[in-house]
Design a binder for this molecule. Structure first.
Ligand SMILES: [Zn+2]
Ligand SMILES: [Zn+2]
Length: 195
Protein backbone atom coordinates (compact mmCIF):
# COMPACT_ATOMS: atom_id res chain seq x y z
CA UNK A 1 0.00 0.00 0.00
CA UNK A 2 2.88 2.32 0.72
CA UNK A 3 4.07 2.64 -2.88
CA UNK A 4 0.80 3.73 -4.35
CA UNK A 5 -0.18 5.98 -1.54
CA UNK A 6 -0.73 9.50 -2.71
CA UNK A 7 -0.50 12.50 -0.57
CA UNK A 8 -2.45 15.67 -1.01
CA UNK A 9 -0.46 18.21 0.87
CA UNK A 10 0.53 16.47 4.07
CA UNK A 11 -2.48 14.24 4.03
CA UNK A 12 -2.05 10.54 3.44
CA UNK A 13 -5.41 9.06 2.61
CA UNK A 14 -4.26 5.47 3.22
CA UNK A 15 -2.94 6.18 6.65
CA UNK A 16 -6.23 7.79 7.61
CA UNK A 17 -8.19 4.96 6.06
CA UNK A 18 -6.31 2.30 8.04
CA UNK A 19 -7.01 4.21 11.23
CA UNK A 20 -10.70 4.65 10.41
CA UNK A 21 -11.04 0.97 9.64
CA UNK A 22 -9.92 0.09 13.16
CA UNK A 23 -11.73 2.90 14.90
CA UNK A 24 -15.13 2.82 13.28
CA UNK A 25 -15.49 -0.33 11.19
CA UNK A 26 -14.21 -3.12 13.43
CA UNK A 27 -11.29 -3.69 11.05
CA UNK A 28 -13.69 -5.23 8.54
CA UNK A 29 -12.55 -3.12 5.61
CA UNK A 30 -9.53 -5.29 4.82
CA UNK A 31 -10.64 -5.95 1.27
CA UNK A 32 -11.15 -2.30 0.55
CA UNK A 33 -8.73 -0.12 -1.38
CA UNK A 34 -8.72 3.65 -1.53
CA UNK A 35 -7.43 5.73 -4.39
CA UNK A 36 -7.54 9.23 -5.80
CA UNK A 37 -9.15 9.73 -9.15
CA UNK A 38 -8.18 12.63 -11.38
CA UNK A 39 -11.06 12.10 -13.79
CA UNK A 40 -13.95 11.87 -11.38
CA UNK A 41 -15.62 15.29 -11.25
CA UNK A 42 -19.31 14.65 -10.71
CA UNK A 43 -19.13 13.23 -7.23
CA UNK A 44 -16.56 13.62 -4.50
CA UNK A 45 -16.48 9.95 -3.63
CA UNK A 46 -17.48 6.61 -5.09
CA UNK A 47 -17.49 3.06 -3.79
CA UNK A 48 -17.25 0.30 -6.37
CA UNK A 49 -18.27 -3.06 -4.98
CA UNK A 50 -17.24 -6.37 -6.46
CA UNK A 51 -19.70 -9.18 -5.75
CA UNK A 52 -17.33 -11.96 -6.88
CA UNK A 53 -14.68 -11.52 -4.22
CA UNK A 54 -16.58 -9.23 -1.89
CA UNK A 55 -14.18 -6.37 -2.18
CA UNK A 56 -14.58 -2.64 -2.65
CA UNK A 57 -12.66 0.12 -4.29
CA UNK A 58 -13.18 3.59 -2.92
CA UNK A 59 -12.37 6.45 -5.25
CA UNK A 60 -11.99 10.01 -4.14
CA UNK A 61 -12.14 12.87 -6.60
CA UNK A 62 -8.88 14.75 -6.64
CA UNK A 63 -10.29 17.71 -8.64
CA UNK A 64 -13.21 18.16 -6.23
CA UNK A 65 -11.37 17.56 -2.99
CA UNK A 66 -7.93 19.00 -3.62
CA UNK A 67 -8.80 22.52 -2.55
CA UNK A 68 -11.37 21.70 0.03
CA UNK A 69 -10.76 21.57 3.76
CA UNK A 70 -9.39 18.30 5.11
CA UNK A 71 -12.63 17.80 7.01
CA UNK A 72 -14.47 17.46 3.68
CA UNK A 73 -12.00 14.82 2.54
CA UNK A 74 -12.50 12.93 5.80
CA UNK A 75 -16.30 13.16 5.60
CA UNK A 76 -16.24 11.93 2.01
CA UNK A 77 -13.94 9.04 2.86
CA UNK A 78 -16.09 8.00 5.83
CA UNK A 79 -19.20 8.17 3.68
CA UNK A 80 -17.72 5.75 1.17
CA UNK A 81 -16.40 3.54 3.98
CA UNK A 82 -19.96 3.12 5.24
CA UNK A 83 -21.05 1.91 1.78
CA UNK A 84 -18.14 -0.54 1.77
CA UNK A 85 -18.88 -1.71 5.30
CA UNK A 86 -22.56 -2.31 4.55
CA UNK A 87 -21.63 -4.23 1.42
CA UNK A 88 -18.98 -6.37 3.09
CA UNK A 89 -20.92 -7.16 6.24
CA UNK A 90 -24.12 -7.74 4.30
CA UNK A 91 -25.99 -5.59 6.69
CA UNK A 92 -27.88 -3.73 4.01
CA UNK A 93 -31.43 -4.69 4.69
CA UNK A 94 -33.42 -1.85 3.25
CA UNK A 95 -31.60 -1.96 -0.14
CA UNK A 96 -31.56 1.76 -0.32
CA UNK A 97 -28.12 3.31 -0.79
CA UNK A 98 -28.69 5.90 1.91
CA UNK A 99 -31.45 4.19 3.77
CA UNK A 100 -31.91 3.28 7.40
CA UNK A 101 -28.69 1.28 7.79
CA UNK A 102 -26.57 3.93 6.17
CA UNK A 103 -28.07 6.64 8.33
CA UNK A 104 -27.56 4.53 11.44
CA UNK A 105 -23.80 4.26 10.84
CA UNK A 106 -23.59 7.83 9.63
CA UNK A 107 -25.04 9.08 12.91
CA UNK A 108 -22.96 6.68 14.97
CA UNK A 109 -19.69 7.82 13.39
CA UNK A 110 -20.63 11.48 13.39
CA UNK A 111 -21.19 11.14 17.12
CA UNK A 112 -17.96 9.25 17.77
CA UNK A 113 -15.68 11.05 15.34
CA UNK A 114 -17.23 14.49 15.40
CA UNK A 115 -17.43 14.25 11.62
CA UNK A 116 -20.16 15.69 9.41
CA UNK A 117 -20.95 12.85 7.06
CA UNK A 118 -24.11 13.44 5.04
CA UNK A 119 -26.14 11.32 2.63
CA UNK A 120 -24.89 13.40 -0.30
CA UNK A 121 -22.17 12.68 -2.82
CA UNK A 122 -21.51 16.12 -4.13
CA UNK A 123 -20.92 19.36 -2.38
CA UNK A 124 -23.34 21.30 -4.55
CA UNK A 125 -26.11 18.90 -3.58
CA UNK A 126 -25.08 19.29 0.01
CA UNK A 127 -24.81 23.03 -0.22
CA UNK A 128 -28.17 23.26 -1.96
CA UNK A 129 -29.70 21.13 0.74
CA UNK A 130 -28.65 23.51 3.44
CA UNK A 131 -29.65 26.63 1.54
CA UNK A 132 -33.30 26.50 2.35
CA UNK A 133 -34.10 30.13 2.94
CA UNK A 134 -35.04 31.72 -0.35
CA UNK A 135 -35.83 35.29 -1.24
CA UNK A 136 -37.04 36.48 -4.60
CA UNK A 137 -36.93 39.89 -6.19
CA UNK A 138 -40.36 41.31 -7.00
CA UNK A 139 -39.20 42.53 -10.41
CA UNK A 140 -36.34 40.55 -11.89
CA UNK A 141 -37.10 37.20 -10.24
CA UNK A 142 -33.59 36.96 -8.90
CA UNK A 143 -33.58 34.33 -6.16
CA UNK A 144 -31.19 34.47 -3.23
CA UNK A 145 -30.69 31.19 -1.37
CA UNK A 146 -29.15 30.99 2.06
CA UNK A 147 -28.48 28.54 4.83
CA UNK A 148 -29.14 31.24 7.38
CA UNK A 149 -32.30 33.23 7.74
CA UNK A 150 -30.59 36.45 6.80
CA UNK A 151 -32.58 38.54 4.34
CA UNK A 152 -30.70 40.21 1.49
CA UNK A 153 -29.56 43.67 2.49
CA UNK A 154 -27.11 46.46 1.70
CA UNK A 155 -24.51 44.40 3.56
CA UNK A 156 -24.34 41.97 0.65
CA UNK A 157 -21.52 42.65 -1.78
CA UNK A 158 -23.82 42.41 -4.80
CA UNK A 159 -26.53 44.66 -3.32
CA UNK A 160 -25.60 47.80 -5.24
CA UNK A 161 -25.21 45.94 -8.50
CA UNK A 162 -28.77 44.71 -8.23
CA UNK A 163 -30.08 48.10 -7.11
CA UNK A 164 -28.49 49.83 -10.04
CA UNK A 165 -30.34 47.79 -12.61
CA UNK A 166 -33.49 46.81 -10.76
CA UNK A 167 -35.68 48.55 -8.24
CA UNK A 168 -37.44 45.42 -7.11
CA UNK A 169 -37.39 44.25 -3.53
CA UNK A 170 -36.71 40.87 -2.01
CA UNK A 171 -39.41 38.93 -0.29
CA UNK A 172 -39.22 35.51 1.27
CA UNK A 173 -40.51 32.66 -0.86
CA UNK A 174 -39.23 29.56 0.92
CA UNK A 175 -37.87 28.32 4.21
CA UNK A 176 -37.07 24.93 5.75
CA UNK A 177 -40.19 22.95 6.64
CA UNK A 178 -39.21 22.62 10.27
CA UNK A 179 -38.25 26.23 10.59
CA UNK A 180 -40.02 27.83 13.52
CA UNK A 181 -41.42 31.22 12.89
CA UNK A 182 -39.51 33.59 15.04
CA UNK A 183 -40.36 37.22 15.30
CA UNK A 184 -37.95 37.98 12.46
CA UNK A 185 -38.84 34.94 10.37
CA UNK A 186 -41.58 36.00 7.99
CA UNK A 187 -42.12 39.66 8.31
CA UNK A 188 -43.87 41.54 5.56
CA UNK A 189 -41.69 42.89 2.81
CA UNK A 190 -41.38 46.45 4.04
CA UNK A 191 -39.98 45.39 7.37
CA UNK A 192 -36.79 44.09 5.79
CA UNK A 193 -36.12 47.37 4.15
CA UNK A 194 -36.87 49.59 7.05
CA UNK A 195 -33.96 48.15 9.00
ZN1 LIG B 1 -23.37 7.32 -0.78
ZN1 LIG C 1 -34.47 42.59 -9.07
Amino acid sequence: MAEDSQVIGYFDIHEIFVAFNQLYFEGKLERVTVEWSKRMTLCAGLCECCVVNKSCRIKLSEPLLLWRPITDVVDTLLHECIHAYLFITDSITDRDAHGRDFVYHMNRINREAGSHITIYHSFTEQVEYYRQHHWKCTKCDWVVKRAMNRAPSFKDPWWNIHQRRCDGQFYKVKQPPSYKKRSLGMLPLETYFSK
